[in-house]
Design a protein around this ligand. Sequence first.
Ligand code: CA
Length: 229
Amino acid sequence: MPSSILIVEDEEPILELIAVNLEHAGQEPWRARSVAEAEKLIMAALPDVVLLDWMLPGESGLVFARRLRADRRTKAIPIIMLTARADERDKLAGLEAGADDYITKPFSPRELVARIKAVLRRRAPELTDDTVEIAGLRLDPVAHRVAGGGRKIELGPTEFRFLHFFMTHPDRIYSRAQLLDAVWGDHVFVEERTVDVHIRRLRQALSPSGHDRLIQTVRGSGYGFGSSA
Ligand code: CA
């Protein structure tokens, strides 16, 4: 599944270079030439990663990073700062503003793609293509296949996304609201009770191999996944 990468960069050749390389790497680049343009895109939909140039016309990337971190809706989006500044003090300022990583220009596109993957893996493991396996339950996001004890398990698309999120975030408890955000994305208005319906379906699908026991219900709080959730 391609990840949406919002590139905020005012230098057109660099913007295009990054966008083309991301496309080749199977990602979905969104282009913004200023903070104002970036905000318009973010208003419509949240990207999976923001690649943010430091020096921009109008508001700087640094100030924008701080604003993204302060907003409940955007605070979890991984941010990678792009900059010509290699100064140690500037790096610290970027990281303090909430950036997850830092790339100094000039950079190799290959390195950039690798760093984006690393940040995604760290911040949002359900967005990577890695196969995950827990207690004999195996989920392959590329082939869109799930197997329990070596036998194929059929899941609907929402149950698949639920399971992928759970398997990449084991041993933690999530409220229904958090699960809605994680699985449906924001800007989607779904009743919290819908979560229970999909969890029930997921349990049914996992029960033949006994993996339904990995789904934990915590009364009043929500759901978790894994042997110690
Ligand atoms: Ca710039």
